[in-house]
Design a protein around this ligand. Structure first.
Ligand code: HEM
Length: 483
């Protein structure tokens, strides 16, 4: 009884302290010319309303309502932070180019991924960005196309062939995890996926969770998964270091760990082995959920668009016919998949895997006559321009041909991979991986959606609520998936 009264008193005291701080903070902005809008109830603000919109996939309407009410620059409060919502190509340019805005690093992200590309700033970030960009640049991706091809065929044989029904999203997640691991871990990939596949999933799920480390919460599970993965990776890095020392750093291997250790031996960067581990985790988290969302939504779209499927099939059959039986796809083959890539871009326009970008102001800044105080968040959602009829004619219509002439799309209106110095370094990787996957799926199968209009939610990646179960038929038993 006494304990309960004490707990209630403590909770009340805490609430008063938080309210006092928030009120003090708000009154200290009285001299600022803040954007219109309201910050809602202290701490909570518009968080629940936005989360509900994401859950029901009505976030686009949610943003539109605010823009109609307050204009292209407005203030709100989400996830405990005052946030300025910006809309339009000029706003996108500002968010990606301003030196006074840094990528928002949540406490959860910092705890889970520690010193990875997603959490570093300044000179340390420059070193890591340049190494990661170097590893994912087109000439490097070209060197591991055969690896992707091999892994994609293996996954399709394992999880798709011989089944009447497949639930696409979890299968796409397995596939993209296996592909990115086969590239970054090299010979250790299979063991890592086998032992830590579910840990990577838990880690990805925890990135936007509430950072209180209690077991059985999303964050608690993510922290445990992160520790498990880290432990296994430390062993791999150590083994690689020993073997490189033994060979005098002469290598032919293309895995990320070897690449980073070789660069360090040449003094290109000074990252510790622990930093390398953190960055492997950052790359896998960046690659896995995004690419699997793209593949899932392409498969969904193609089930509803027979003409588009027919054109893709023609393109892929043509490429297959020009190759010898049993040969893996090459970089040149992927470069010929022009129509299929337009379908991917149209899918990224309609269902972008990353729904928007959060930045934090490092000092008081001005934007379009308004002041944004230091520490405030700035946010832009991709759907605002992706679904605007001024930039995309009939925006809700699925029309891959709009990407035939890229110059007709106004700058900073199509940004599935972000922009500026933090733009996604994995675009080429995504292109090659998604094209290889679509080649084998389209050539081998025909499919029907089990739920014709399966609802979607944003979690925050776009997610069909049942995972997109489809009924499969073998289209072409002779497709070359290998023995
Ligand atoms: C459909 C696939 C993908 C999409 C839509 C996507 C989207 C994005 C976006 C929008 C950002 C920037 C976020 C911001 O500025 O707020 C980003 C960053 C990043 N992406 Fe991707 N991505 C995809 C695939 C990949 C792949 C395959 C990799 C790695 C192989 C990757 C690695 C990363 C990394 C490491 C960052 C952080 C860069 C930095 O902070 O400087 N992504 N991605």
């Amino acid at each position: 009884m006494f304990l309960m009264a004490f707990m209630i008193l403590l909770a009340a005291l805490l609430a008063v302290v938080v309210l006092h701080r928030v009120t003090k903070r708000h009154s200290s902005y009285s001299a600022y010319n803040l954007p219109p809008g309201n910050l809602g109830i202290p701490v909570i603000g518009q968080t629940f309303s936005l989360l509900q919109a994401l859950r029901t996939n009505t976030d686009h309407q949610w943003f539109r309502t605010r823009i109609n009410e307050y204009g292209l620059v407005s203030k709100m409060s989400v996830l405990g932070s005052p946030t300025v919502l910006l809309a339009g190509p000029a706003a996108n340019h500002f968010i990606f180019a301003s030196e006074d805005l840094i990528l928002t690093q949540t406490r959860a992200l910092r705890s889970l991924l520690r010193r990875s590309i997603l959490t570093l700033t300044g000179d340390e970030l420059k070193q890591v960005r340049s190494a990661v960009q170097g590893y994912l640049r087109p000439e490097m991706v070209r060197r591991y196309v055969h690896k992707m091809d091999e892994e994609v065929r293996r996954q399709i044989k394992l999880n798709w062939v011989g089944r009447d029904t497949v639930t696409v999203l979890p299968m796409a997640r397995n596939l993209t995890l296996a592909v990115i691991c086969s590239v970054v871990f090299g010979e250790d990939a299979a063991a890592m996926v086998e032992a830590h596949g579910s840990d990577f999933q838990l880690l990805g799920d925890a990135i936007l969770s509430f950072p209180v480390n209690i077991p059985f919460t999303r964050f608690g599970k993510g922290m445990k998964a992160s520790a498990n993965i880290r432990k296994a990776m430390r062993r791999i890095v150590q083994r690689r270091e020993e073997s490189l020392l033994h060979q005098g750093f002469v290598v032919s291997s293309t895995d990320f760990i070897t690449y980073m250790l070789v660069l360090r031996s040449k003094r290109v960067h000074s990252l510790t082995s622990e930093d390398i581990v953190d960055n492997v985790m950052g790359i896998i988290i960046g690659a896995h959920g995004t690419t699997s969302a793209l593949i899932t939504f392409m498969i969904r779209q193609l089930a509803n668009e027979p003409d588009v499927l027919a054109r893709i099939t023609e393109e892929q059959d043509h490429i297959a016919d020009s190759k010898g039986t049993g040969n893996a796809l090459t970089w040149e083959d992927v470069s010929r998949m022009k129509y299929t890539w337009r379908v991917a871009m149209e899918t990224l326009r309609i269902a972008p895997p990353v729904f928007g970008s959060f930045r934090t102001a490092t000092k008081d800044i001005q934007y379009q006559g308004y002041q944004i105080p230091k520490g405030w968040k700035v946010f832009a959602a991709q759907s605002i321009t992706h679904l605007d009829s001024r930039f995309f004619n009939e925006p809700t219509k699925f029309n891959p041909c709009r990407f035939e002439n890229r110059s007709s799309i106004p700058p900073y209106s199509f940004l599935p991979f972000g922009g500026g110095p933090r733009m996604c370094p994995g675009t080429e990787f995504t292109r090659v991986e998604s094209m290889v996957v679509m080649h084998y799926i389209v050539r081998q199968f025909r499919w029907r959606l089990r739920h014709k209009d399966e609802p979607c939610m944003k979690d925050p990646k776009p997610t069909p609520i049942f995972g997109l179960p489809v009924q499969l038929e073998l289209r072409n038993p002779s497709t070359n998936l290998g023995a």
